[in-house]
Ligand binder design. Structure first.
Ligand code: PEP
Length: 258
């Protein structure tokens, strides 16, 4: 839909210190200016580790870059005795636009349930930060042909209790776990099947306005060479990019896919 601005978000995962982060964002800005990137047409965001965010903020503000940034996780709690956690308020103070919640690596290695993901999304929304809510099935579920109902259950649980307006402003990322970091990209048809089902479920639960506005990303081994086919699908509004977001030429090519 022409009313949804595509989003290309680069999830750096646990890579790059703050000095390396500044270099990468600077290079990305230069690359996109070479490519005459139209930020009005495609929004670009980087998602660095927490320890890099302040440096990225300083660079983005100082050079008035149009690149947005966010965090990879957030605490569901507002403040207090939660050693090692980072609150949504702290991220808001750093002017984060986005926070990834429920990435499959957090669901897998930190046992995050849909209930936890839902609480994190609510914490972010409470500070006017847009959650990028990640969902997607593993290989066993895909092989059993259960990927649509499995992912729909994650969407239902992760979005529970949100208002229509909140859902309209959300980003949902469909990331089949078997395609993450494996080089095994889903076909454009695979991506469309599930992204379409997600939008359909949002339509049923939250209405037309939310369904038409919510941005649904595909994630899983997206590269400059395969992004166009995925973006051509009507229900795919962008990409959540892992590995390729650390390579400026790759990520620049992804952002300038059009
Ligand atoms: C991700 O971690 O969100 C991801 C999609 O990773 P990759 O692009 O490396 O598969």
């Amino acid at each position: 839909s022409p009313t949804r601005t595509p989003l290309m978000a680069g999830n750096w995962k646990m890579n790059l210190n703050h000095a390396e982060a500044v270099v990468l964002v600077q290079k990305l800005a230069w690359t996109l200016s070479d490519k005459r990137h139209d930020y009005g047409k495609v929004e670009v965001a980087v998602i660095p580790p927490f320890t890099d965010i302040r440096s990225v903020q300083t660079l983005v503000d100082g050079d008035r870059l149009q690149i947005k940034y966010g965090a990879q996780d957030v605490s569901p709690h507002a403040s207090g005795a939660y050693t090692g956690e980072i609150s949504a308020q702290m991220l808001a103070k750093l002017s984060c636009s986005y926070v990834v919640v429920g990435h499959s690596e957090r669901r897998q290695y930190h046992a995050e349930t849909d209930e936890v993901v839902n609480a994190k999304a609510k914490a972010a929304l409470g500070e006017k930060i847009t959650p990028i809510v990640c969902v997607g099935e593993g290989l066993d579920v895909r092989k059993a042909g259960e990927h649509v109902p499995y992912t729909m259950a994650q969407v239902e649980g992760s979005l529970a209790g949100l208002s229509r307006k909140q859902v309209a402003g959300l980003v949902i990322a469909y990331e089949p776990v078997w395609a993450i970091g494996t080089g095994e990209v889903a076909t454009p048809e695979d991506a469309q099947e599930v992204c379409e089902a997600i939008r359909g479920q949002v339509r049923e639960t939250y209405g037309d306005e939310a369904a038409d506005a919510v941005r649904i990303l595909y994630g899983g081994s997206v590269k400059a060479a395969n992004v166009a086919g995925i973006m051509a699908k009507p229900d795919v509004d962008g990409a959540l990019v892992g590995g390729a977001s650390l390579d400026v030429d790759e990520f620049g090519g992804i952002c300038r896919f059009y």
